[in-house]
Design a binder for this molecule. Sequence first.
Ligand SMILES: [Zn+2]
Ligand SMILES: [Zn+2]
Length: 233
Amino acid sequence: MLKLLDQLLDRCLARCLLCGTGEEIRAGICAPCQGDLPSIQHACARCALPLKNASDRACPRCLQQPPPQSRSYVCWNYAYPVAQLVQRFKYRRDFAAGRTLAELAAEQIGRKLHSSERPDLLIPVPLHWRKQLTRGYNQAQLIADILGKHWQIPVDGRALRKVTHTGSQQQLRRSQRLKNLARSFAASPAVEGMHIGLVDDVITTGATVEAATQSLLHSGAVRVSTYALARTP
Ligand SMILES: [Zn+2]
Ligand SMILES: [Zn+2]
């Protein structure tokens, strides 16, 4: 009864996260604002890079040198207003913004996820403990929890650890940066034989998810798919 009252109250008080209207709200956002989000229409199946030509399945880079993950699913371009919502979630503890994006992503990606492509276990891209201590939470863990709840797939936030603090690597050459990154994750042997769904908030160069994927495959995972809210072009 209390729960029902709670839900009713929630519905009456709900306001759109972006424009503040009280009409047609779902997952914290109104239907028109949801329609305006910068969706990725067509993307590389391997790395989720947006592609112009709808008949292409992979981007030139993946055709030449495929990344370790088998599939990547990303909902939006990292542009207004998704970029602002992600930043509010990531740096200003705006969990409502994070929850809205994660719930929309769970629905959107869920529709494309055929039963043969369902991972056995979801694992968030970890933060180094020092970073997590200062931030207080790992945004990828919160996203993974929501995806797992919607898709009814277990989530394990301990199976992958960030073992070295890579810090700022801007001064390093790309090859050195990748080498450092590859050694910076450690995956538990518990992933052996599993299809892992690796979850992150934003994919930028793809180097982080590739390094994390390598570490999971090294520990015996048979396949890794990646899921993220947004991708930079
Ligand atoms: Zn709105
Ligand atoms: Zn690609």
